[in-house]
Ligand binder design. Structure first.
Ligand SMILES: C[S@@+](CC[C@H](N)C(=O)[O-])C[C@H]1O[C@@H](n2cnc3c(N)ncnc32)[C@H](O)[C@@H]1O
Length: 242
């Protein structure tokens, strides 16, 4: 007999990698009053609703047709807002699960009138899998993803072969994947995984160490600056879809 607890569970979506392990743990962070106001005031313009059964129509949500860049895990959104402003001709689809971070970016978008950002407060992996078709993205940014230092947590790292393959398939030919990290073992894993993906090619010439010079559009964060002064490294990786 069917266990009633499972009776209404939808059948697995053929072809979709059923993900068990999340790349984040939802932190209980306080949404400050300014962020709360930003949700109320600017949410209707900038927030998008996740719907697993609905494909995103970028022209409709941005109100124009422009290259589409997805950002995964924007944190408090400071770099995201700066990048969107130095690249006004691109549209930025930004995903973050941490509510205070979403509030912070909403505040920046509303106060600085940044028209080329839209935000999903949702797991980016699900947005990618369910709302975006293959070959729909011109670029993907993943800056300082959680390094999950402990070996038993490595399975939570976002950058792993199967996910990178899905990212690559969602890029248009010529589209790029830009990653950055300040954790050397993760940088090495990123380089290994991206180099092993047949759909991707490294933009950094062979014969070098494989890491890219920091592209000008990515601002140095305060945290990164402090680390650099202490002699800590930061590694950028820029690959393109063949
Ligand atoms: C270490 S923080 C870095 C934030 C920001 N990119 C920066 O450079 O400051 C990583 C962020 O990724 C978010 N994150 C992790 N996995 C995610 C996912 N699957 N979808 C959306 N956000 C995710 C986390 O909530 C966290 O805020």
């Amino acid at each position: 007999m069917t266990d009633p607890r499972h009776a209404h569970r939808p059948p697995p979506d053929a072809g979709t990698y059923m993900r068990q392990v999340k790349s984040y743990v939802l932190r209980t962070g306080r949404v400050g009053p300014g962020q709360q106001r930003a949700f109320e005031q600017f949410g209707p313009k900038f927030l998008l609703a996740y719907d697993a059964n609905q494909r995103l129509d970028p022209v409709a949500v941005f109100g124009r047709s422009a290259p589409l860049i997805m950002e995964i895990g924007f944190g408090m959104g400071g770099a995201t807002a700066q990048i969107a402003q130095v690249r006004p001709d691109d549209n930025f689809l930004c995903c973050e699960v941490h509510e205070p971070g979403v509030g912070a970016l909403l505040k920046l978008c509303g106060e600085q009138n940044i028209g080329n950002i839209r935000i999903f407060q949702h797991d980016a992996v699900e947005v990618l899998d369910h709302m975006l078709p293959e070959q729909s993205l011109d670029g993907v940014h993943i800056f300082f993803p959680d390094p999950w230092h402990k070996a038993r947590h490595h399975k939570r790292r976002l950058i792993q072969g199967p996910f990178v393959n899905r990212l690559a398939r969602h890029l248009k030919p010529g589209g790029y994947l830009h990653l950055a990290t300040d954790w050397q073992p993760y940088a090495e894993q990123m380089l290994e995984v991206l180099s092993a993906e047949p759909l991707l090619a490294n933009t950094t010439p062979e014969g070098s160490d494989g890491y890219a010079p920091k592209p000008d559009y990515r601002p140095l964060t305060k945290f990164e600056n402090r680390g650099l002064k202490l002699g800590h490294g930061v590694w950028d990786l820029v690959f393109v879809r063949r």
